[in-house]
Every structure is written in structure tokens, then in C-alpha cells.
Design a binder for this molecule. Sequence first.
Ligand SMILES: C=C1C[C@]23C[C@@]1(O)CC[C@H]2[C@@]12CCC[C@@](C)(C(=O)O1)[C@H]2[C@@H]3C(=O)O
Ligand SMILES: O=C(O)CCC(=O)C(=O)O
Ligand SMILES: [Fe+2]
Length: 368
Amino acid sequence: MPTLSDAFGAHPVYLQQKHPDFNSLQELPDSYAWTQRDDVYNPCPSSPNTVLAEENVPVVDLKDPNAPKLIGHACKTWGVFQIINHGIPTTLLDDIERTGNTLFSLPPHQKLKAARSPEGVSGYGVARISSFFQKLMWSEGFTIAGSPLEHFRQLWPQEYTKYCDIVLEYEEEMKKLAGKLMWLMSASLGISKLEDIKWAGPRGEFKGACAALQLNSYPTCPDPDRAMGLAAHTDSTLLTILYQNGISGLQVLREGTGWITVPPLPGGLVINVGDLFHILSNGLYSSVLHRAVVNRTRPRLSVAYLYGPPTSVQISPHPKLVSPSRPPLYRAVTWNEYLGTKAKHFNKALSSVQLCVPISSNTGVQVG
Ligand SMILES: C=C1C[C@]23C[C@@]1(O)CC[C@H]2[C@@]12CCC[C@@](C)(C(=O)O1)[C@H]2[C@@H]3C(=O)O
Ligand SMILES: O=C(O)CCC(=O)C(=O)O
Ligand SMILES: [Fe+2]
């Protein structure tokens, strides 16, 4: 079976790998100064700025007996929600945060020893989506797909096993949580039997699921209003579980309203609906457009667990969500194929696999 690491072989991304030492800059270099024109994929250019939210991203307590219903409503109306009481130990969240902080605090030459290659997925570098923009983003990232061992050995020749263990434990816990969320989100669409999702396996544990871990660092910025931490995008995943340290920066686009900040909650995790779940739900749940902004005084760190199916499993609109009045809106794709599409078309990837668009929510369709 192909691995996530094979996804970009056909679509290498050549990026400037050398970052300035962010902390030494007193002024924002022009190459990092974004104007509205640079934010080409922002669908909301007339209100590019944050809206003081009258509405907040829903928060769901996983111990609440009403959680399945609340999750369904959040997915349908927002495409994103936060969870609390999810069972991930705070100590593990602290450990992964410390791992990220230690990694990004290493000297630039050390981090570059673990640089991501143009054809690769894993390693240190600028955001993969940078190639779609003229301006640079005020962030650095480290992607882990498969074992982090070789890269971590380069970063920390003495103590790499300690950090590997933390990453492995974090991935294991995230995988279990992602499986639970998959059932909660699917059940809210009426997909709740084991045989409804074949790749979930005989016990419904989604054992073959694939995932990547993305550590994002957003250093303090001398001119945050003109900088961009991570430009607007949707994740290509089924779902993403995002941990943010105590510092704000994540924003989601609320249709008709604008960019809304998702405040970090102590011990909370943000769940994004990704493009593959959008396809699976036949468009009933939309993947959420999100971005990260930066600030002048407090360095921010986020850790995204990007969760998807086994790379060669075809994801298509679920038969239970398809009817004569609502034919399949998307063609079947594997995650690997879709990552390739995303590497080529970026935010137009979803529409590039669209077969037709609904004219209204319940009636007919229009061929796209
Ligand atoms: C599995 C993956 C999803 C991702 C590409 C990747 O191979 C690993 C990094 C992921 C990430 C994180 C930042 C935003 C994003 C769009 C990107 O450029 O790299 C996502 C990718 C994605 O979801 O498509
Ligand atoms: O840093 C954040 O809040 C967002 C990160 C993100 O969107 C990603 O890693 O895909
Ligand atoms: Fe994202």
C-alpha cells in the first residue's frame, strides 16, 4: 500500500528552505508583507480582517450525552468545533508542546539538518502551501509522517528517543480519539453500522487509518497586521485535531460574517472537518476554511493531527447520502490522489473532483 510519503513524488514542491532568524528582525521584510492582493485565495477580500464574533465556534463536552447531536449540528453549520473532556491527558499535551518548543528553538543550521525534501512529506520547512503565494508566511513547520526517528536523530543526536516516544504516544492517543470522532460525525449522518464503513475494520477501530503530525511555530512578529502566519486553506483530511498553546491565532471563515478567532480553551482541542469528510458526506458537512494570524508579543505553537483513510482506500459520497434528488456530488478519490490534486490545484482541489453542484439543498443538481 502506498504511504503518505509517496503522495508528493509526482508533485515536488520546491520551496525556499532558508528562514531568516525571525527573532532577530526588528522590521517586517517586504517579502513577508502581505497586501489584500497577495491573499489571492481569501474568498472574503472585502472583509479581510477578523470579526469580533457575536457567535462562537461550538464547544462540545464529549461527556455530554447530547454530544453526538451537538457534533452533527456543529459540522453542518460550522465545519469546525472544539472539544473538552476528550480524555487526552494534559501531561501529554504539555509534552508535545514542549517537544515543539524545543524543536523550533534549535539553531537554524540544526533544524535544516532535518529539512523536508521537495518530494517528501516529512521534515522541517516552510508551509507546503507557500508555493501558491508570492509572499512568505511568518511561520515554520515540521511534518511527521511515519517514523520521526531519522529526522529526530539529526536534530537531537543525544536525546532523540525521548522525543520520539512522546510523538509516538501522542499519535497513538490521537488515533483513538480520531476513530471516536469518525463514528460520532458519521453517526450524525445516519452512518453508524460497522458494515457502513468497510475500512473501519471488524471492531470499528479504523486501524488502517493514515495520519500526519504537523508542528507549526509562529514567532512573535514586529508588524503582525501585515504578516500572515498560515494562509487560508482547508485540510485535505477526513478530520484534523488541532492543539493550540494558550495563544490565539487560529481563525475560521464564517460564511456571511468573516474571519472568526477560535480562542484556545485550557485542555481543549479544535476539530476541523476536512475535504475528504466533505466528499464522504456528499457535501452535507463542509470542510472549513481556516488560517493562522500572528501577534507582536507571544510566540504561538500549534500541533495538527491530520487524519485520513488508508492511502489507497477510495473515498466517495456515502451511498446512504445519495438519492435521485441528491446524486453524488464528488467522484471517488484516494487520499494520495487527492493530496496530489491539492499539491497542484490547492484551494480549487475540491471543485476539481466535483461532478455537479446542488441547485438548492434538497432539489435537483446542475452539472458542473
Ligand atoms: C497529510 C498531509 C496534509 C497536509 C499535507 C500532508 O502531507 C502533511 C502536511 C499537511 C498540511 C499542514 C498545513 C496545511 C496543509 C494544507 C499543508 O500544506 O500541509 C496541510 C496538508 C493538507 O491537509 O492538504
Ligand atoms: O496553527 C493553526 O492554528 C492552524 C494550523 C493548520 O491549519 C494546519 O496545520 O493545517
Ligand atoms: Fe489546516
